[in-house]
Every structure is written in C-alpha cells, then in structure tokens.
Design a protein around this ligand. Structure first.
Ligand SMILES: Nc1ncnc2c1ncn2[C@@H]1O[C@H](COP(=O)(O)OP(=O)(O)OP(=O)(O)O)[C@@H](O)[C@H]1O
Length: 261
C-alpha cells in the first residue's frame, strides 16, 4: 500500500439548507490505527460517518479510501470497498437468529470476508455447512456462540451491541466505524467492550474510527483523537494533547452550561 493513508478526508462537508452540518473537515487515518472522533451533542460526528459511508454525498471536499475517491458512491459500494459501520441506535435483523445476522453480512461479501481470512479458507466455502461452522467459530470470538439460535432482539443489550460489531466485521472491512458503541452500557459492559475493540485492532488488524461520549474509553484506547464542534474540526492530537486543549475544554464547558440551563 506504500504511504497512501487508508482514509483521507480533504476539506469535506455537507450543507442541509442553510445549515453547514460539517465543513472543512480534514482527517487522515493509516492502516492499523485506532482513532477517536469526539465533540459535544450536535457537533457533526454522525453526519461525518454518514459522509464516509455514502449515506450523504459531500457538498464540498473529497473522501478517499486507499487513494480511491468515494464521493457519490452508494453505501453498499462503500461497504464493498472496505468501510463497515455500526449505528448509534442498534440496527440488527431483529427477527433473525444471531447466527443468521452474521451469515447475512458474510453472504453479501463472501470473497473478502474476514471469516475466510481468519480461518484461511479459499475464497468460497465448499458448502453451506462449512460456512455455518465457520460462522459459529467467528461468533465464539465475540462470546456469542452460545446465543447462536436466539433471535437477535432477545439478546441482552450489551450482547446486541457486540453482535452488531460482529456483523459489521463479517463484511470484511478495512476500516470499521463504531458510532457510540458504549452508549447505554454499564461499567462492566463498557470495560468488556474496550477489550473487544483492542482485540479487533491488535489481533484482527482492523483499523478503527470510533465516536464515543465515554471519555475514559476514548482516552484509554485511542492513539489520536479528532474533535468536532459546530461542524468544524477544532482540535486533533494525542489524548494528552486533547485533554488539555483550550478549545476542547471550552467546547465541553459550553455543553455543560447548555445542559444545565
Ligand atoms: N438530514 C439532516 N437534515 C438536516 N439537518 C441535519 C441532518 N442530519 C444532521 N443534521 C444536523 O447536523 C448537525 C449535526 O448532527 P449530528 O447528528 O452529526 O451530530 P452529532 O455530533 O453526531 O451529535 P450527537 O452526539 O448528539 O449524536 C445537527 O445540527 C443536526 O440537526
């Protein structure tokens, strides 16, 4: 891959009517990094994910994956090129089993599936049975194999979040986008989630960009952090730099004042 960053966002933005939800957004992520995207409510974080995944077409700037321009591609093509995501509000196939949720994602991209690379399979399975066995082994990584026949909607909340991450990974991404993965989790679930995210990056070698309000999580596992406020990038740096950055402190103080009002 040479020195080409995995993801380049160059002066990207989108305007809804008169509102610039995101503008002049610049970001560079290299293969293997674990990066955080933070900012107060309404800062433009989810909108940025929607720009990266083809849900919104940028009205300004460029988005490049391994140097290839993504602007204007529909979400399914962006997924095929290597970006998978989870959502702020969990989106699973509720009526399907845990196993089928993973198999559906796998089916959509059989050739490059992480399942085949983890288990060193040829580009297609010899049959449905083998695919099922491998999908169960994949679920084991997420400690979800014991729930394989449960409907997704019947899983406890924390497990639903894990399943959503598993399903996103089953599509074989180069870049995994996690939108507030710890939202609604208790401290134990958050701790387990941090370990899972570190595992995905360290062992499965997947590059990760995550939006998160839990500062302990973001500061604890991300190498670099980007901070949005009112649709603008106000800071970028290591957790230590971000913690002490005057603009970041001001943006979050502003949020507290607003919330208290
Ligand atoms: N489709 C849309 N049409 C109009 N305005 C939108 C649309 N999507 C987002 N916005 C606006 O863009 C701004 C940024 O919203 P966004 O959801 O990206 O913020 P966020 O940083 O993810 O916030 P939160 O932390 O609360 O999830 C908000 O003012 C929002 O109302």
């Amino acid at each position: 891959m040479g020195n080409t960053p995995l993801l380049q966002v160059q002066d990207a933005g989108i305007q809804f009517g008169g509102l610039k939800a995101v503008s002049g957004f610049n970001m560079e992520i290299h293969q293997g990094e674990l990066i955080g995207l933070i900012g107060p409510n309404g800062a433009g974080k989810t909108t940025s994910f929607n720009l990266l995944t083809g849900v919104y077409v940028p009205t300004e700037g460029e988005i490049l994956l391994e140097g290839k321009r993504l602007n204007g591609l529909p979400p399914y093509k962006v997924t095929r090129l290597g970006i998978s995501r989870t959502f702020q509000n969990i989106r699973l196939f509720n009526e399907l089993s845990v196993l089928d949720n993973v198999k559906v994602a796998y089916h959509s991209l059989a050739k490059h599936s992480i399942i085949s690379s983890i288990f060193r399979l040829s580009s297609h399975f010899s049959g449905e049975k083998e695919m099922e066995e491998k999908s169960i082994e994949f679920l084991k990584i997420f400690q979800l194999d014991k729930f394989k026949d449960e409907k997704a909607k019947n899983l406890p909340y924390g497990q639903q979040r894990r399943l959503e991450i598993a399903r996103a990974l089953a599509a074989g991404p180069k870049l995994l986008l996690l939108d507030e993965p710890a939202a609604g989790m208790n401290p134990q679930e958050t701790h387990d989630l941090m370990e899972l995210i570190a595992f995905i990056r360290n062992e499965l070698k997947i590059t990760i960009l995550l939006i998160e309000h839990d500062m302990n999580l973001v500061m604890g596992i991300c190498e670099r952090i980007y901070v949005l406020d009112h649709g603008q990038l106000i800071a970028h740096g290591t957790p230590e730099e971000i913690r002490n950055h005057p603009k970041v402190i001001e943006a979050y103080l502003g949020e507290e004042v607003t919330n208290d009002a």
